[in-house]
Write a protein that binds this ligand. Sequence first.
Ligand SMILES: Cc1cc2nc3c(=O)[nH]c(=O)nc-3n(C[C@H](O)[C@H](O)[C@H](O)COP(=O)(O)O)c2cc1C
Length: 117
Amino acid sequence: MNVTLIYFSQTGNTRCVAEAMAEVFREAGHVTRTISLKRASPQDVVEGDLLGIGTSCFSSHAPTPIKAFLENLPPLENKRAFVFPTSDGVFTNVPCTISLCNPIRVWETNAFGAIAA
Ligand SMILES: Cc1cc2nc3c(=O)[nH]c(=O)nc-3n(C[C@H](O)[C@H](O)[C@H](O)COP(=O)(O)O)c2cc1C
């Protein structure tokens, strides 16, 4: 399987989670790319068998850059895709705001737990 992980990360937590996740996919035999949101294109979303989108939580919501990126993509409910938000622990509205931008399945992740693992 070809896996693409696109992440928005300002202080490195979500990038760390994406890279750790990529290692797990690679160890399981899947070709996996991690791409910073700054460099990601709609073509990166289309390619691959599984798409993961990582984002931090700002003020209980998904940050504007990731919302804008998702809103400009076609609906992804028919693509195998998921979102992995990171936060300090209280990410109340991130899954909801992500779902409003694009109907991608959301996985809830605590960045510090993921890094510790
Ligand atoms: C301006 C700002 C607002 C934040 N708001 C929240 C919040 O409401 N809830 C929360 O749990 N974490 C909050 N955080 C913490 C980040 O979501 C968390 O540290 C995240 O893992 C950062 O990801 P990054 O290192 O990939 O940028 C906030 C961080 C910043 C800088």
